[in-house]
Design a protein around this ligand. Structure first.
Ligand code: ADP
Ligand code: MG
Ligand code: MG
Length: 926
């Protein structure tokens, strides 16, 4: 880093001298610098341009809060900086100079001045706050001359030299790149400091004398010279531009990129740079620095929350140099400042109408506010604060709804570890948090062990290198799933999300040895049957058993707890009822079993948008019959297997219809990836041959014959039903027989069945299958003398279907966007193979987001829009829904709302999130 930074500094000096040669093609405004202080140019609404920090500094200055004066260099300059080989617009240096002059005249100080020097901080600040991800430099403007001036005017030379050594350290690290060279190495500045403290036998930094600090400054300077072969700059403007460039550069540091990925912040936004007069929390015992929250960010309670340090500066609080005090103690130590701070707390909440996280510094008993932002909070706190602020009339219902990140509802629903037990538990590893919640149990290395142990009444965590559909049952039986390989779109993660299982995947330091039956994480070796605990919200893996419990909300919904006994439930209910009032999008669920359907209904699902019938065949003896059906060499064999499957299928449908109590139920005809159903190893194949009473060779031959080079693009979906119409016929029969059965008798349920034909790309494909469905429907209705309300439609999951939606709509009563496959086929990318390159794509920011987690709106989304438009051309009232995994993703839900779909259908645990997200989409797009 040091080399590049130096280059930047040099280039900088050049740009300052000459004027810029060219502007990028992008048009940039001519105003790059916005002051705050006596004269304030910006305000809170200008986040895009000024970044969150800059916009709020301006806002605070203009409502009379004590903010040290300064100015913001806009985010446009960041864009320019990267587009133009790390140079600046020509007019920038002049504007900066002017802005510095303004600060000087307000404070009567001068930048680089001998007698009363102005010092500034140079701070990053993006549109959305990215705490700690980018760089900040304090005490800039100090050099060998100004430090003496500061000493004289403050009458405190220790303080002046303390500032100077802090500045050199920060500048050396951030701008000149003097840092630890390996993970094992200590920070070199820190090392020098510690060595000095050891030599002097003192405990803390504040025990160092002026002379000690002077010596430290010398040592720091020579360290910099040794490492970078250049001197620490004495020219304050060189310092200023060096720091500014470093802050702009930090937008692209590794940490910041990772953070952006996590929170879907586009790379184009850029950061602003805030340059602000310093105030000093390290000016004595009536000085302090701290951070505070207007409410408790962990649980949302309305209490003043925060911490501070007396006689300290900025980073000391976070860096853990000394242990900070709880904010309440300030009432004893500096009572007047505490009262001032309380006033600020109230004013901030009243003005910004949200929980604020703010930074303050007290200099000689005078309070200054250095930053405020909407505080990050846990999911629970988000919900509680929104509901309570609405009750306090600080915000409207609409605003309160918009304030809750839709995902945070989930944290009210997932099982939780007992916090005390968690603290005591040893962490042994970390993976990707793939399914939130807490799971504890005995280690099982195979799905079979998991099942057997569960039947014995033991709780297990299934630990695998990776999972495959063969493991599904074992996964269902497990409390949680841990895999050492595979990313956020791996099978394990997918199933976990679908089933609401706790899951950590891709825990790469964990080594699982199936032969030895051991799980090794660092030095810890665990055996099958040993206890392990995983927190799917954090990705942390713990050794041993940790107590956990169902969430209160879940216990209330399932009848185990009285509603009035749980404040969390009250919060949940309040938010859900608001959401239902405001949303227009319906929320359905993807459910394959009556149990899933019931859970989804409890969570508020208004129907089933996708029942994957092949999932009904994974269980018990069914899988063998299913395998028999797949392996059948001719229609006779196939029909005999299908005949055996029919009663199972019918029973399942009856269960589903009952669980849904008259709500619409969408059933997708068989879409089995054939290879997933067929056994992979010879032992199981031999067993299968025995069970089916066929020769082993027959099984092997058939598997060979069915082998597909590219199963994702193979003989699946409606293709299967077209070549084997008897399959479609059996399924239609089972469905209508079930419908007939439950729509008769005393407890008759009014059925709304929606039959969905998968993977259609041609109108003729749909027509072919439609004919079978209608024929069977007529037969069954006639036989039972009932009328069954049903629709037949298709999934739109290949580009051709979207493009020819106007033709297909002639045959279809509804479209359901199967965006998992539509993404695969549009991107030409198999989800299961994405792991090979995903990391690189992520670090190069080629995908802003995993396209399987959040709908690729600019690509796949265009196809969806096209299909909606063309479908409606043919059939204005065609029903439109989405049933891909995207249907549980708030950003994708916003898209669905804007595109005018009728419903989204997501996995049962995501139903509450979808309800909230749908309401937010409506409010946002009103
Ligand atoms: P981050 O975004 O990482 O929080 P900041 O730009 O807020 O970085 O700076 C970190 C800390 O530096 C602040 O919490 C504050 O204590 C200190 N700081 C920043 N600017 C000033 C200033 N003008 N005067 C005194 N301290 C400052
Ligand atoms: Mg800050
Ligand atoms: Mg599909």
């Amino acid at each position: 880093m040091s080399k590049t930074t130096k280059a930047v500094v040099k280039k900088q000096a050049k740009t300052k001298a000459s004027t810029t040669k060219r502007t990028a093609n992008k048009s940039v405004s001519t105003n790059f610098v916005y002051a705050f202080g006596k004269k304030t140019d910006g305000n809170a609404t200008m986040r895009d341009l000024l970044g969150g920090k800059g916009a709020n500094l301006a806002e605070m200055a203009s409502i009379g809060l004590p903010v040290p004066p300064g100015f913001t260099i806009s985010t446009e300059v960041c864009g320019y900086y990267y587009d133009n080989g790390k140079t600046y617009p020509a007019s920038l240096s002049k504007s900066v100079l002017k802005a510095i002059k303004q600060i000087e005249s307000q404070l009567g100080k001068s930048f680089g001045g001998r007698s009363n020097p102005l010092l500034v901080s140079v701070r990053s600040g993006a549109r959305d706050s990215m705490p700690g991800m980018m760089d900040t430099i304090l005490n800039l403007g100090l050099n060998d001359v100004t430090v003496e001036g500061l000493a004289k005017i403050s009458g405190n030379s220790r303080f002046a030299w303390d500032c100077y050594r802090r500045f050199i350290q920060m500048y050396g690290d951030v701008v000149m790149g003097v840092q630890a060279r390996s993970e094992e190495e200590e920070d070199p500045f820190h090392e020098i400091l510690e060595k000095m403290k050891r030599k002097l036998k003192v405990e803390t930094d504040s025990d160092l004398s002026t002379e000690n600090l002077k010596a430290l400054v010398d040592q720091y300077k020579s360290l910099i010279r040794k490492r970078t072969r250049s001197a620490f700059p004495q020219d304050v403007f060189e310092q200023l531009w060096g720091a500014t460039s470093a802050v702009f550069s930090s937008w692209r540091n590794e940490r910041a990129i990772l953070y952006r990925q996590q929170y879907a912040i586009p790379a184009e936004w850029g950061t602003a740079v805030n340059i602000q007069a310093m105030v000093f929390g390290n000016a004595g015992d009536d000085s302090a620095t701290g951070v505070a929250f207007t409410r408790d960010p962990a649980n949302g309670e309305k209490v003043f929350y925060g911490e501070y340090l007396i006689n300290a500066q900025g980073e000391d609080v976070v860096a853990g140099v000394r242990t900070p005090n709880a904010i309440a103690k300030l009432a004893d130590e500096l009572p007047q400042s505490y009262r001032d701070l309380e006033k600020v707390r109230n004013k901030l909440e009243k003005h910004f109408k949200d929980m604020q996280d703010f930074e303050f510094t007290i200099e000689g008993g005078r309070l200054f506010i250095l930053q405020t932002r909407n505080g990050k909070r846990t999911g629970l706190a988000a919900v509680r604060i929104a509901v309570e602020m609405q009750r306090e009339r600080l915000m409207s219902q609409e605003t309160a709804l918009l304030k809750i990140p839709a995902e945070s509802i989930d944290s009210l629903l997932v099982p939780v570890f007992d916090p005390k037990a968690l603290k005591a538990a040893p962490i042994i590893g970390k993976g990707l948090p793939a399914g939130p919640g807490a799971a504890t149990g005995r280690i099982a290395f195979t799905a079979a062990t998991a099942e057997a142990e569960t039947r014995k009444g033991n709780k297990v965590v299934l630990c695998r290198n990776e999972t495959s559909p063969d493991d599904l049952k074992g996964m269902l039986h497990s409390q949680g799933i841990l895999t050492s390989r595979g990313g956020v779109s791996s099978h394990a993660a997918l199933v976990a999300r679908q089933l609401g299982k706790v899951c950590i995947c891709g825990a790469s330091e964990v080594v699982i040895n199936y032969d030895k039956k051991t799980l090794t994480a660092g030095k810890v070796v665990l055996k099958e049957g040993d206890y392990i605990s995983i927190d799917g919200s954090t990705g942390l893996i713990y050794k041993g058993m940790i107590e956990s419990a169902d969430s209160e909300v879940k216990r209330v919904l399932e009848g185990g707890l009285k509603a009035n006994k749980s404040y969390t439930y009250e919060l949940f209910q309040t938010v859900m009822s608001w959401a239902d009032k405001h949303r227009t999008l319906n929320v359905r669920t993807n459910a394959d079993t009556p149990a899933m359907a019931k859970q989804a209904v409890a969570f508020g699902a208004e129907g089933i948008g996708l029942c994957r019938t092949e999932h009904m065949f994974f269980d018990g003896e069914r899988i063998d019959i299913m395998r028999q059906m797949i392996l059948a060499a001719d229609e006779v064999q196939r029909r005999s297997a299908l005949k055996k499957l029919l009663p199972f299928q019918k029973k399942d449908f009856v269960g589903l219809f009952k669980a849904m109590e008259g709500r619409p139920v969408t059933i997708r005809l068989l879409d089995p990836p054939l290879h997933e159903f067929l056994p992979h190893d010879d032992v199981v194949r031999r067993q299968l041959a025995e069970k089916l009473g066929v020769p082993f060779d027959f099984v092997i031959d058939r598997i060979k014959a069915l082998h597909e080079e590219n199963p994702m693009l193979g003989c699946r979906g409606c293709r299967l039903g077209i070549i084997y119409p008897e399959i479609t016929e059996m399924q239609a029969r089972a469905l209508f027989e079930a419908a007939a059965q439950v729509s008769k008798g005393k407890k008759a349920i009014k059925i709304k069945a929606e039959i969905m034909i998968p993977l259609v790309g041609f109108r003729a494909e749909l027509a072919d299958q439609l004919a079978i469905v209608h024929r069977v429907a007529a037969e069954v209705m006639k036989k039972h003398k009932v009328k069954i309300d049903y629709l037949v439609g298709t999934m739109i999951e290949v580009p051709r279907a979207a493009i020819t939606a106007d033709e297909i709509a002639h045959e279809a009563d509804f479209f359901s966007f199967g965006t998992n496959d539509l993404t695969q086929t549009t991107l030409g990318l198999s989800r299961d193979d994405m792991g090979l390159f995903y990391d690189q794509y992520q670090s190069k920011e080629i995908y802003n987001q995993n396209p399987f987690a959040s709908l690729d709106q600019t690509g796949v989304g265009k196809l969806v829009e096209l299909a909606v438009e063309r479908g409606r051309q043919t059939k204005p009232n065609i029903k439109l829904g989405i049933c891909g995994e995207h249907a549980g993703d708030p950003m994708s839900i916003d898209f669905c709302h804007r595109t005018g779909l009728n419903y989204v259908s997501c996995s049962p645990p995501r139903v509450p999130i979808a309800r909230l997200a749908a309401a937010q989409a409506r409010l946002r797009n009103k």
